[in-house]
Design a protein around this ligand. Structure first.
Ligand code: PEP
Ligand code: MN
Length: 268
């Protein structure tokens, strides 16, 4: 790749501030919450549990990119409102997906960070639009994206003026079907070595199986990740979407403890 803004030699390593939380600094940042924003009571109980165990940022989708058009598509603006109310209540910044350029203004009224989902990583008009903002962007890896394609997607956002980009490795499609995706942690090590954008790992979509999330979380930290994004719920089996990969609040608590313990061991 030619000289790009994403390269380390283009400037200092980027620290992305999401309200009072810094991604890319010393502390590993934990983002957690349900796949989809559900009703107020459920979101309240999830956030309350996550706040107690030290989770930094609350997630939840209000616009859901679902494979089947007959599956739940998200509560849209109602979901955004719920997420914001709960985030304010527990003083947690919120991240949520924007699927379409036409929804940016709406989502911006509520969100502290915008997620660009895997399916939209190649949506260059959406990337250009969020590039015009100053709002932090969580850019997930396209499920079939090579490392350069993913980095060029980040470059689209940065070249349009928004350097507040965090990458999120969420696994890629391979021949293996045991896991939902193959979680590519070598991408994390490579990005930490050569590029200046923070990177977090989503072991939930990366595996599709809740029993693998804790181990892959620690593996991500070993690979150099600046943080994690984990799907969680008070009653994981009852989650409206992605129940199979959703872990309990207790499991996130265990992961947070272990991340703190192991983090020091893997520093260069
Ligand atoms: C999500 O994080 O809710 C999501 C839909 O993930 P991805 O875009 O990685 O599939
Ligand atoms: Mn999900």
């Amino acid at each position: 790749m030619e000289k790009l803004l994403v390269h380390k030699n283009s400037g200092l390593d980027i620290l992305v501030k999401v309200k009072n939380i810094v991604i890319g600094g010393e502390e590993k940042v934990i983002i957690s919450g349900p796949c989809s924003v559900e009703g107020y009571d459920t979101m309240h109980d999830i956030a309350s549990g996550l706040k107690k165990i030290g989770v930094h940022i609350l997630r939840g989708g209000a616009f859901k990119p679902r494979t089947s058009p007959y599956d739940f598509q998200g509560f849209m603006e109602e979901g955004l409102k719920t997420l914001k109310i709960v985030g304010d209540e527990f003083n947690m910044p919120i991240v949520t997906e924007v699927m379409d350029s036409k929804d940016i203004d709406l989502v911006l009224r509520y969100a502290d960070m915008l997620q660009i989902g895997s399916r939209n990583m190649y949506n260059y008009s959406l990337l250009k639009e969020v590039g015009k903002l100053k709002t932090p962007i969580l850019l997930k890896r396209g499920m079939s994206a090579t490392l350069p394609e993913w980095l060029y997607a980040a470059e689209y956002i940065m070249a349009n003026g928004n350097e507040n980009v965090v990458l999120c490795e969420r696994g890629i499609r391979t021949f293996d079907t045991y896991t939902r995706n193959t979680l590519d942690l070598s991408s994390v090590a490579a990005i930490k070595q050569k590029y200046r954008i923070p990177i977090v790992v989503d072991p939930s979509h990366g595996t599709g199986r809740r029993e693998l999330v804790a181990r892959m979380s620690l593996s991500s930290i070993a690979a150099g990740a600046d943080g994690l994004m984990i799907e969680s719920h008070i009653t994981p089996d009852k989650a409206i979407s992605d129940a199979r990969q959703t872990v309990s609040i207790d499991t996130v608590g265990q992961i947070v403890k272990n991340v703190r313990k192991f983090d020091g061991m893997f520093r260069d």
